[in-house]
Write a protein that binds this ligand. Structure first.
Ligand SMILES: NC(=O)C1=CN([C@@H]2O[C@H](COP(=O)(O)OP(=O)(O)OC[C@H]3O[C@@H](n4cnc5c(N)ncnc54)[C@H](O)[C@@H]3O)[C@@H](O)[C@H]2O)C=CC1
Ligand SMILES: CC(=O)C(=O)O
Ligand SMILES: [Mg+2]
Length: 621
């Protein structure tokens, strides 16, 4: 007891010292020199989950190797003093958050309570999440997950998922076996370089992979024992994190070029060697790498990029809903004039998919594809993108406006968003810019000139503070005859005349769980454009005519399990039609092909995990 008290006193006096990075890093670790080692009969996660032996981030690298812990903890080995400092900083931060935090001041506290339940009892956690998905999706997912990622150093308690760092080069093929599950169905991986609209959060981005996988379990019924959140830590270019001694990731600038690719290649090889049937969802990679990695892997591995492909599918479903909401048939989509603010992974993904959808409706040929591009005006941080742009991003080039034609329209290279909206009078204004408030009052006023009978505003950037405008702003300026969707949830707006302005949530959460589940259950070798298109079309037709005319173009999150089942069935059907399906467990491709539409739906339902306690029986080893 006396020893214990001495230790506590020593720790608390340490907290009073002014802690600088150099000071902390130079302090030697507390050692057990002179003490005999403790014999443990456990390794891997069992050690981390055992409060008697767990040292968390303080396990040294040699201990991590000895105890099969490599990859199960963030890469930065911390001294016990630093661990305590990190805990205290977090405690104090919570006090600040309670005053100046997000719109729900208790959001972070709710996340902690749910997270503790997740650590203690997974079945109960998912029972709660599924039953109250509308209430808790905004906690485990956007917007609160953004805040969680920003504060991850402080919130980190028990590790969840795996970390593959630049320091693990040459080791990944063996360390992947440190993960205790024999079967993994879904991996969500990020390199933390663009977390929601919050920029480079480095290793802290693992929170988004965890949040997305929560939705895989809750919406798609993927077995929680078979999901794996992954953080690829190649460093960070966030200078604040680099200077923070409490940061949990590698304290170096990001690898680039071939060095970067070598790490991601090694990771892909390692996970597909151990789990050949796994599906890997790439999440929140900066645009610079998002497209390159997608092209590099998509024809060899079962993978997709959620920000590029999932977002595109959801946006297309929403855009088609907006056409229907005008009382017009979907086939009128190619007549829509669309202004897109943001030309990153999400914006370009949407533009490419929207152009292809229009081209298909116009005859599915070269001429149709060429003519469809004239329906889009793309504005990025430098303004309207035209052929006159110097060093134009090759991904944006197909959408650069022709200079002569722009001149006729009274526009120029770099024209501001408000000028573009004034001149184009678009049917749709879609934001994937990560700039909160970009659709200013002036821009929304300009949209009053829209030639549409029911203009649509998609403020899709996340989290909430990054939304290009709020529904209140949109409805108050443009009246109730608009369609509004946002990436993060907002409440409907009471327009004061007995009318309600409906706020849709336009988020890739309506597709990625179904894309993953459909791919898993079909056993498709790859995820084709056709499968993604089938997913998007199913979402587009999910809403009834009556709902759409009321301005409800996306289902409420309470229906996410149902929509996911239907999306998954559509993906399976398409995989079968394209001869990509290889079957899953007892259902081989031949059997799958014999299933009717109703039987496919039943097959999906029957293979979704439900949060029920199984009966347990003890057996001696
Ligand atoms: N609702 C949803 O389902 C999804 C939403 N997103 C959101 O989309 C946003 C963007 O994601 P990425 O494309 O990956 O990011 P990014 O950083 O690659 O792209 C941002 C783009 O916005 C442009 N931009 C910056 N300032 C601007 C301004 N003042 N006016 C017009 N454009 C401006 C940039 O030039 C760039 O082209 C993020 O906030 C993310 O959370 C992303 C995926 C899905
Ligand atoms: C929703 C999402 O994937 C994003 O904001 O990045
Ligand atoms: Mg994302």
């Amino acid at each position: 007891m006396a020893m214990l008290l001495k230790h506590v006193r020593a720790s608390s006096s340490l907290l009073k010292q002014h802690v600088t990075r150099a000071h902390l890093l130079s302090r030697p670790f507390t050692t057990t020199e002179g003490h005999r080692p403790s014999i443990v009969h456990k390794r891997s996660l069992d050690i981390l989950h055992d409060p008697w032996f767990n040292k968390g981030t303080a396990f040294s690298m040699t201990e991590r190797d000895r105890l099969d812990l490599r990859g199960l903890l963030p890469p930065n080995v911390m001294s016990p003093d630093l661990q305590i400092e990190r805990f205290m900083v977090d405690l104090k931060r919570l006090e600040v958050q309670a005053r100046d935090g997000p719109s729900d001041p208790n959001a972070l506290a709710k996340w902690r309570i749910l997270n503790r339940l997740h650590d203690r009892n997974e079945t109960m956690y998912y029972k709660v999440l599924i039953a109250k998905i509308e209430e808790y999706a905004p906690i485990v997912y956007t917007p609160t997950v953004g805040l969680v990622c920003q504060n991850y150093s402080g919130l980190f308690r028990r590790p969840r998922g795996m970390y593959f760092s630049a320091e693990d080069r040459g080791e990944m093929m063996s360390m992947v076996y440190n993960w205790p599950a024999e079967q993994v169905d879904m991996i969500v991986v990020t390199d933390g370089s663009r977390i929601l609209g919050l920029g480079d959060l480095g290793v802290q981005g693992i929170g988004i992979a965890i949040g997305k996988l929560d939705l895989y379990v809750a919406a798609a019924g993927i077995n929680p024992q078979r999901v794996l959140p992954v953080m690829i830590d190649v460093g960070t270019n966030n200078e604040k994190l680099l200077e923070d001694p409490l940061y949990l990731g590698l304290q170096q600038h990001r690898l680039d070029g071939d060095d970067y690719l070598a790490v991601v290649d090694e990771f892909m090889e390692a996970v597909f060697t151990r789990w050949p049937n796994v599906i890997v969802q790439f999440e929140d990679f900066q645009s610079k790498w998002a497209f390159k990695l997608l092209q590099r892997y998509r024809s060899t591995y079962r993978m997709f990029n959620d920000d590029v492909q999932g977002t595109a599918g959801v946006a297309i479903a929403g855009l088609l809903g907006a056409v229907r909401a005008q009382g017009r048939p979907m086939i009128d989509f190619p007549k829509q004039k669309i202004v897109v603010a943001g030309a990153g992974s999400a914006g370009i993904g949407v533009l490419n998919a929207a152009r292809k959808t229009m081209a298909r409706m116009l005859g599915n040929n070269e001429v149709a594809f060429e003519s469809a591009k004239s329906q889009f005006w793309v504005v990025d941080a430098k303004g309207l993108i035209s052929e006159g742009r110097e060093n134009i991003d090759p991904d944006a080039l197909p959408f650069a406006r022709n200079l002569k034609e722009m001149d006729r329209q009274g526009l120029r290279e770099g024209a501001s968003l408000v000028e573009v909206v004034k001149q184009v009078k678009p049917d749709v204004l879609l934001g994937l810019s990560a700039v909160g408030g970009l659709f200013s009052n002036e821009v929304l006023e300009a949209l009053k000139g829209s030639t549409s009978t029911r203009p649509a505003i998609f403020a899709m950037s996340n989290p909430t503070k990054n939304a290009e405008c709020t529904p209140e702003e949109a409805f108050s300026i443009l009246g109730d005859n608009i369609i509004f969707a946002s990436g993060s949830p907002f409440s409907n707006v009471d327009l004061g005349n007995g009318h309600i302005g409906h706020c849709n949530q336009g988020n890739n959460m309506y597709l990625f769980p179904g894309i993953g589940l459909g791919t898993l259950l079909s056993g498709a070798r790859i995820i084709s454009d056709g499968m993604l298109q089938a997913a998007s079309e199913r979402l587009a037709t999910y809403m009834s005519e009556e709902e759409v005319l009321k301005g409800v173009i996306f289902p409420s999150t309470s229906r996410i399990r149902d929509i996911t089942e239907k999306v998954a069935a559509a993906v399976i059907k398409e995989a079968l039609e394209e001869d990509l399906a290889e079957g899953y467990h007892g259902m081989d491709a031949r059997e799958l092909k014999k299933l009717s539409e109703d039987e496919i739906a039943e097959y999906v339902k029957n293979n979704m995990w439900n949060p029920e306690y199984p009966t347990l029986v003890y057996k001696k080893e």
